[in-house]
Design a protein around this ligand. Structure first.
Ligand SMILES: [Zn+2]
Length: 400
């Protein structure tokens, strides 16, 4: 009797085990969506071996972004190759297509591996080195903009792969006294810059105390200079044959950069006073977990950049701190001649735009600013700071 009971329970366990295995769908990892980037080396049981897809990048860079399904109720172990591919707060993740993103956390990972325990109801998850931003996010942002009379979306040009490169024009109520050019994603992977840009645009349109901008300043904003790179999930940084942010010299090879330079020529009328390019720095570590302005070579321009940095510090009310002293002067840190041998950057080109007063780059970290975790909202809050600094800078210009 005892024996029969035991046999029965073993048979039942085997039966349910079989059913259990049959019900568990296999792990599936994909990157066939906007911004996706991954190479799956192998999957063994609950462990997956991965690496970021460098494509045409010269040397190492760290961007990756993938979708995984078949995870319900399982703990999955993710292993990358030997170089750092996580921010201080690990990867960012989003569960079950709910459009929210969280950081895994500081103690969640080693330099090259992490694990994640999924609940029974988790059917799929997105993981990425940072919080992504593609055309879909821009469309969503634009649908929330009330003042569509003031902000108009059009097409700067078509990319090499036939995609529309968007341009936003923000018109003032009066004849434009000044014009300001703002761009992002000259490096495709630097997505956090677009949340900062959203905050900047929103502030121009809505902040009560920024009426001066709505009265007198016209903006041209290009959210994705490397549109193909953004949608295809490229690194963008150190791209071969040329990095977009080294293509601003005489013989630009990218259609978006040729189109931008030509559009600025037509639009400027000598009224451009600020050209601003939004970037993100290296993935983590000293000098990359602060927001900072990158100094131009020209000493006069550099002085104006320091002044602009002071205005950013003065106007910054968000939870992410900004210190003017973090300015990276030309000739210091990575910002030396050696870094620009491949060609002219956006901000260097900006110094040559007739009448322009300030050409600059702002570096905004992916995940951490002076100990505080970066989120979509505090990145947008810093964008508001940038809008205030732009207004103060323009108001302070002594013009004939
Ligand atoms: Zn960059």
């Amino acid at each position: 009797m005892k024996f029969t009971k035991r046999l029965l329970s073993l048979l039942l366990a085997a039966f349910w085990g079989t059913v259990g295995v049959a019900q568990q769908s296999p792990l599936k990892i994909t990157a066939d969506y906007p911004g996706g980037n991954i190479i799956v080396e192998k999957i063994v049981g609950d462990t997956v071996w991965l690496q970021q897809d460098l494509r045409d990048t010269k040397g190492y860079w760290f961007y990756w972004n993938f979708k995984i399904s078949g995870v319900s109720g399982r703990t999955i172990y993710f292993r990358f190759r030997d170089k750092p591919v996580f921010t201080l707060f690990g990867p960012a993740y989003s569960l079950n297509n709910d459009f929210s993103w969280s950081w895994l956390g500081e103690m969640s990972h080693t330099d090259t591996s992490f694990s994640f325990t999924f609940s029974k109801k988790d059917t799929l998850a997105l993981f990425s080195m940072g919080i992504p931003y593609t055309q879909k996010n821009l469309t969503q942002f634009l649908s929330s903009v009330q003042d569509r009379q003031r902000l108009r979306l059009d097409t700067l040009c078509f990319s090499e792969r036939g995609r529309a490169v968007e341009r936003m024009m923000i018109k003032p109520d009066h004849k434009a006294k000044y014009r300001v050019l703002i761009s992002a994603r000259n490096h495709a992977c630097e997505a956090m810059a677009n949340y900062e840009m959203e905050g900047l645009i929103d502030a121009i349109l809505n902040e009560v105390n920024l009426q001066y901008l709505r009265d007198y300043v016209e903006f041209m904003v290009v959210p994705f200079m490397d549109k193909d790179g953004v949608e295809d999930g490229d690194q963008g940084k150190n791209r071969q044959p040329r990095d977009h942010n080294r293509d601003y010299g005489e013989h630009s090879i990218y259609s978006s950069i040729r189109a931008l330079k030509s559009a600025v020529n037509k639009w400027s009328e000598g009224k451009i006073r600020i050209t601003l390019d939004l970037h993100c720095p290296y993935i983590r570590g000293d000098g990359n977990e602060i927001i900072y302005v990158v100094g131009e070579k020209d000493p006069e321009m550099s002085k104006k950049q320091v002044f602009f940095s002071d205005l950013l510090e003065k106007n910054n009310r968000g939870e992410l701190k900004f210190y003017s002293r973090d300015f990276v002067a030309y000739g210091t840190s990575w910002n030396t001649d050696k870094n620009y041998t491949q060609g002219m950057s956006f901000s260097e080109w900006g110094t040559s735009v007739p009448g322009n007063s300030l050409s600059t780059t702002i570096e905004f970290p992916y995940a951490m600013v002076s100990g505080v975790m970066v989120t979509k909202d505090n990145a947008r809050a810093f964008g508001k700071t940038v809008a205030y600094a732009i207004m103060d800078y323009l108001k302070g210009l002594k013009e004939k």
